[in-house]
Design a protein around this ligand. Structure first.
Ligand code: ADP
Ligand code: MG
Length: 223
C-alpha cells in the first residue's frame, strides 16, 4: 500500500530532514512511526500526502510512484488518503456535520450523499448526537473524533495521523487510539506518528522508529 525506497528529502541545502528512508506499510496494516521531536515524522507523512516532494528515491502509494507524479495528479492521490492532525483543524463556523462533509463537498458529491456519509462517519465515532453542534462547543477528545470522522468520511484506503493524541490526556488518547484501531479493522492502512512512546509499546503494533531523519528500526515488517 505504501512503499518508500531510499528516499531523501531536505528543507534547502544543508538541512536534510529525511535520509535514505526505506519502509513499507501493507494493506490494512496499523503502524506507528515514533521518534523524538525533530526526527522527521511529520516530514515523512507530508511526503506521503504529497505536501512535500523528495529529492531522490521512490515513493509508491497505491502501487503508483508518486515521487515523480505531475502536480495535476496530486488531488487524485490525496483524496484517497485521510489525515488527522494534532490540532484537529476543524472549521469553527461550520457545524460538526458540515465539517465532516467538507471533503465530500469539495469532491462535488451530491448534497444527500454528503449528508448520509457524514452521518455514517459520525455514527462510527459515536458523535451522531453532536451533528448540529459547533466544534468549539465540544471537548478536545470529541473534536478529535470529529476530525477522524472527517478523515474517513470518504472511506480512504489509507489514514495518516500526525500526533493525533498530542493535545489529549491519557484516557482520551486511549479512546482515539481505539477508534483508529477500529478504522484499521474496517480495512484501512493506518499510520500514526507520535513522539509519545509510553503506551505504543503495549499495543503490540508494529513500530517504525525514526531518529535524525533515518529509520533505525521496524521499516519492513518481519514475519
Ligand atoms: N518547513 C520547514 N522548514 C525547514 N525545516 C523544517 C521544516 N519542517 C521541519 N523542518 C526540520 O526538519 C526536521 C524534521 O522535522 P519534523 O518532520 O517536523 O520532525 P518531527 O515531526 O519528528 O518532530 C527538523 O530538524 C525540523 O526542524
Ligand atoms: Mg511532527
Amino acid at each position: 500500500m505504501i512503499q518508500m525506497y531510499h528516499v531523501h528529502m531536505s528543507y534547502g541545502p544543508d538541512n536534510p530532514a529525511l535520509v535514505d528512508i526505506t519502509l513499507r506499510v501493507d494493506k490494512a496494516e496499523f503502524v506507528f512511526i515514533t521518534g523524538p521531536s525533530g526526527a522527521g515524522k511529520t516530514s515523512l507523512l507530508r511526503l506521503l500526502l504529497l505536501a512535500e516532494r523528495c529529492e531522490s528515491g521512490q515513493i509508491l502509494v497505491f502501487g503508483q510512484n508518486v515521487a515523480r507524479i505531475k502536480e495535476s495528479q496530486v488531488p487524485y492521490i490525496r483524496r484517497r488518503i485521510g489525515v488527522v492532525f494534532q490540532d484537529f483543524k476543524l472549521l469553527p463556523t461550520r457545524t460538526v456535520q458540515e465539517n465532516v462533509g467538507v471533503g465530500l463537498e469539495v469532491l462535488g458529491k451530491p448534497r444527500r450523499e454528503t449528508a448520509k456519509k457524514s452521518m455514517e462517519a459520525l455514527r462510527l465515532v459515536g458523535l451522531e448526537h453532536k451533528a448540529n453542534s459547533y466544534p468549539l462547543r465540544l471537548s478536545g477528545g470529541e473534536q478529535q473524533r470529529v476530525a477522524i470522522a472527517r478523515a474517513i468520511a470518504n472511506d480512504p484506503p489509507i489514514l495518516l495521523a500526525d500526533e493525533p493524541t498530542g493535545n489529549l490526556d491519557p484516557v482520551l488518547s486511549r479512546e482515539i487510539y481505539d477508534l483508529l484501531t477500529e478504522v484499521n479493522a474496517r480495512g484501512a492502512s493506518v499510520v500514526v506518528a507520535t513522539h509519545d512512546i509510553g503506551w505504543v509499546g503495549r499495543t503490540q503494533k508494529r513500530v517504525i522508529r525514526v531518529e535524525r531523519g533515518r529509520v533505525v528500526s521496524g521499516g519492513i515488517r518481519e514475519n
